[in-house]
Design a protein around this ligand. Structure first.
Ligand SMILES: [Ca+2]
Ligand SMILES: [Ca+2]
Length: 88
């Protein structure tokens, strides 16, 4: 969702993910990769992101290289994280 100024320019953009089931497992190292997909259909709106990113370069991994091949309009940020398996 985006807030726009009086000229119609996006001034704030936000998105939320609600994860309803475990996606990353326990006691495993995971990587979250974030980017904004470009205006692929050239309609003037950044509304072209798919639900999932495929292995576009065929190297067996889905990562920043696939996002670059898809076409992004932002930096690509990768955030490593680890979910512990036992309660704290
Ligand atoms: Ca578009
Ligand atoms: Ca790949």
């Amino acid at each position: 969702m985006a807030e726009r100024d009086k000229a119609g320019n996006a001034v704030k953009l936000w998105d939320s993910w609600l994860v309803g089931k475990p996606l990353f497992g326990k006691d495993v190292r995971s990587m979250l990769t974030v980017a904004v997909v470009g205006d692929l259909n050239r309609n003037g709106v950044l509304d072209d992101a798919h639900d999932t990113v495929k292995d576009l370069n065929g190297d067996g991994r889905v990562d920043a290289k696939d996002l670059r091949k898809l076409g992004v309009t932002s930096n690509i940020t990768e955030v490593p994280f680890h979910i512990t398996g036992s309660a704290a």
